[in-house]
Design a protein. Structure first.
Length: 404
């Protein structure tokens, strides 16, 4: 995007009177003129928007045969062409204009005529669901410098659209129903708010990855969890690993105990929506973020222990071998109940470690801000669960059985 912004700046300079050019513009003018002698250098530069990635990589701006006589030299000019190609083709702002490639490959009789042409070529940055009259202003590279941020948004437009779809699916899974537009907007705002909380980004990534279905293994059509290797499940595994699995339930139980409730809605954790009106929003956003991180830690640890030699459950293949080697009565009444009990203990141990991780990171947050409390936490009540303000300092409300 920075190279594309620099290319727009170059084009804007090239369309100004020559006596106002900085020295680097004059050098770029010379190099572009050597590549396409019959065209204005601004046309040569903007032609890269219609080229392919393979072409611009070798300095070819994708013009018809015979127009470009030499490739752009490796270096800054080629980097600019690559940036423009990533942004994508320009579009005419008026329907009566010729095709873009024709405007860029036809020599202009004068600089003023060329400026008139190029002022009607732009990139559009549409926003889904926004009326046309409220759409962002088109990005016209011939008029002035184009912001890097706007070009980055344009380059990332396909990924952004895909992320919006994945977020909508995530909100639907959290709510257990088709989400409304306000619910999706609230979730996007929540993600931005969570990202501004001063904790390490590694603790925020599990929530971000969970929302775009990027947790390892969550796209496998048929899957098992070490909590029960003898049951094959289908579909989205996030509901199990981050809500129904005993490891995830161990973290949930800590949240319920701290709140003094018997149950907790999935949306309260996954969407970081406070479960009660008296729960501080920013504190709960931090709590939900750390809870999902702890669940992801527990999920990964459970799989790591599953692959260790000490894991008690031999899996379907091991059970079949046991049944082949031992009498059915011995397996059903003696061996298998012992295996299930040992597996339950192993899963419970991982759940306890996941819960311990949640509280440790919450305590770490208060210790990291012992002297300077973040502004968004100044109004936390003194009797608030999880975090509270005491004598001007932020303190963690850790349960007695975990305090040591």
């Amino acid at each position: 995007a920075r190279h594309a912004a620099m290319a727009c700046r170059l084009v804007s300079h090239l369309l100004q009177p020559q006596d106002t050019w900085p020295s680097w513009i004059s050098f770029a003018y010379f190099l572009l003129g050597r590549a396409c002698p019959g065209l204005h250098p601004a046309q040569t530069m903007l032609a890269a928007t219609c080229a392919t990635a393979a072409q611009v990589a070798v300095g070819d701006v994708g013009l018809p045969p015979g127009i470009q006589v030499s490739c752009l030299p490796p270096g800054t000019l080629t980097d600019m062409a690559i940036g423009l190609q990533l942004v994508g083709p320009l579009q005419p702002l008026r329907p009566d204009l010729p095709a873009v490639h024709q405007l860029l490959s036809t020599p202009a009789p004068s600089r003023d005529d060329l400026l008139h042409r190029l002022r009607h070529l732009a990139w559009r940055v549409p926003r889904p669901g926004v009326p046309l009259q409220q759409q962002p202003r088109p990005l016209v590279p011939a008029e002035a410098a184009v912001p890097v941020r706007a070009l980055t948004a344009l380059i990332n437009a396909p990924a952004t659209a895909q992320r919006v779809v994945l977020h909508t699916q995530y909100v639907a899974l959290a709510l257990g129903a088709q989400p409304t537009e306000p619910a999706c907007s609230a979730f996007a705002s929540m993600l931005a708010a969570v990202w501004r909380i001063p904790v390490p980004n590694t603790l925020k990534c599990p929530l971000w990855r969970l929302a775009i279905r990027a947790i390892p293994g969550c796209r496998i059509p048929e899957w098992r969890c070490p909590c029960d290797l003898h049951r094959t499940s289908r579909g989205d595994s996030r509901l199990h690993h981050f809500w129904e699995c005993p490891v995830a339930m161990g973290v949930r139980t800590q949240l319920q105990l701290a709140l003094g409730v018997d149950s907790l809605a999935r949306a309260a954790v996954w969407l970081a929506e406070p479960p009660r009106a008296d729960v501080h929003r920013t504190v709960w956003q931090l709590v939900a973020c750390l809870a999902i991180d702890a669940m992801e830690y527990g999920r990964a640890l459970l799989w790591a222990r599953r692959h260790s030699a000490a894991w008690p459950d031999p899996g379907p293949a091991g059970l079949a071998a046991l049944r082949a080697a031992l009498p059915s009565d011995a397996v059903d009444n003696h061996v298998w109940p012992a295996v299930l009990a040992a597996r339950a203990d192993a899963v419970a141990a991982v759940a306890n470690l996941a819960a311990h991780r949640f509280w440790i990171h919450l305590v770490d947050f208060t210790e990291a801000h012992r002297n300077v409390v973040p502004a968004r936490f100044h109004d936390v009540p003194a009797d608030h669960p999880f975090l509270c303000m005491h004598a001007g300092r932020l303190r963690a409300q850790v349960p007695v059985d975990l305090a040591g």
